[in-house]
Write a protein that binds this ligand. Structure first.
Ligand SMILES: NC(=O)c1ccc[n+]([C@@H]2O[C@H](COP(=O)([O-])OP(=O)(O)OC[C@H]3O[C@@H](n4cnc5c(N)ncnc54)[C@H](OP(=O)(O)O)[C@@H]3O)[C@@H](O)[C@H]2O)c1
Length: 249
C-alpha cells in the first residue's frame, strides 16, 4: 500500500485530498494542529488506513520531532496554510515569522528531509499547495503573496532539478476555494463579495492537481477560468479588476 503524508488535513483542500487518496487505497499520515478539528475530520474520513499527528507546523521544533516519527512517504502533500493579511506594518513580527515558516521555511525543511530518501528509492511525488497569489500582486496580503511565490519558485526549480529521475514536484496555484481559510483570517467579507464564477471547488483543485502531479508537471492552475485569466495577469486592466474584486478591508 502506498503511503502519503498530508499536512493540514482537518479541513478544506487537505481534507478533500485525503478523501481522494483514501478512495484510491492510499495509507495516510495526516498532520494538523487543532485536535477537535482533526477528530471531526478523521470521523468524516472513516478509514482504518489513517494515522493522525498533531503538530504546530509553524514551529521548527515541532516539525523536527514530527519528521522523526514518520517513515518516508511515497507522496507528500504540503498543504497546511493560513491567510495572513493586513497593510504594511500591521502584522506582528511573530505572525510574519510563523506564517513564513508554516508555508515556506517549514515546507522546504519537510521536503529537504524526505526527498533525498525518495531519491534513494528513485520514486515519489511531492505536491505543494501554493496560490494564484504567487502570480499576481495581492495588496494587503503581500506577506501571503511573498510566501506563496517563494514556495512556487522552490518547487518548480526542484522539479527541473529532478527531471531525469522518477520523482516529481508539482506546485498547485489555486484561486478562490470555499474552505475555512477566509473566515479564519478575517476575510469573510470576500466570501460574500467574490462572485460565484470565481470559486473553484476543493475537489476540483484535488483532481486537477493530482492529475498534473502524476504527469510530473511543475505546476498547475486549477480551473479553466483561472488558467485562461492567468495569461493576462501582466496587463494593467487585469490587475485593476483583480484588485477591485479582492480588495481587503
Ligand atoms: N481556500 C482558498 O481560497 C485558497 C486559495 C489558494 C491557496 N490556498 C492554500 O490552500 C492550503 C489549504 O488551505 P484551505 O483553503 O484548505 O484552508 P483551511 O480549510 O483553513 O485548512 C487549512 C489547514 O491547514 C492547517 N493548519 C493551519 N495552520 C497550521 C499549523 N500551524 N500547524 C498545523 N496545521 C495547520 C489547518 O489545521 P488546523 O485545523 O489544525 O488549524 C487546516 O487543516 C493553504 O496553504 C492555503 O494557503 C487556499
Amino acid at each position: 500500500m502506498k503511503k502519503a503524508l498530508i499536512t493540514g488535513f482537518s479541513s478544506g483542500i487537505g481534507l478533500a485530498y485525503a478523501k481522494h487518496l483514501i478512495k484510491n487505497d492510499w495509507h495516510l499520515d495526516l498532520v494538523s494542529q487543532d485536535i477537535e478539528r482533526s477528530e471531526l475530520a478523521l470521523e468524516a474520513l472513516n478509514s482504518s488506513n489513517c494515522s493522525a499527528y498533531s503538530c504546530d507546523l509553524s514551529s521548527p521544533e515541532d516539525l523536527d520531532s514530527l519528521m522523526l516519527k514518520i517513515s518516508t512517504p511515497d507522496l507528500i502533500i504540503a498543504n497546511a496554510g493560513i491567510g495572513i493579511n493586513g497593510s504594511v506594518g500591521k502584522n506582528s513580527s511573530k505572525d510574519i515569522k510563523d506564517a513564513t515558516y508554516l508555508m515556506f521555511g517549514g515546507v522546504i525543511n519537510l521536503i529537504e528531509y524526505f526527498l533525498p530518501k525518495m531519491k534513494e528509492k528513485d520514486a515519489g511525488r511531492v505536491v505543494i499547495i501554493s496560490s494564484i497569489g504567487a502570480l499576481i500582486p495581492m495588496p494587503k496580503s503581500s506577506i501571503y503573496a511573498a510566501v506563496k511565490s517563494g514556495i512556487y519558485a522552490y518547487g518548480r526549480s526542484l522539479n527541473e532539478e529532478l527531471e531525469n529521475t522518477n520523482i516529481s514536484v508539482t506546485v498547485s496555484l489555486p484561486g478562490y476555494v470555499r474552505t475555512n481559510i477566509h473566515q479564519r483570517s478575517g476575510l469573510e467579507h470576500l466570501v460574500r463579495k467574490i462572485p460565484n464564477w470565481m470559486w473553484v471547488s476543493a475537489d476540483k483543485v484535488v483532481t486537477e492537481t493530482e492529475k498534473a502531479s502524476i504527469k510530473g508537471k511543475s505546476h498547475i492552475i486549477p480551473g479553466f477560468l483561472y488558467r485562461i485569466t492567468s495569461i493576462f495577469f501582466n496587463l494593467k486592466i487585469t490587475k485593476i479588476i483583480w484588485k477591485t474584486l479582492n480588495a481587503r478591508k
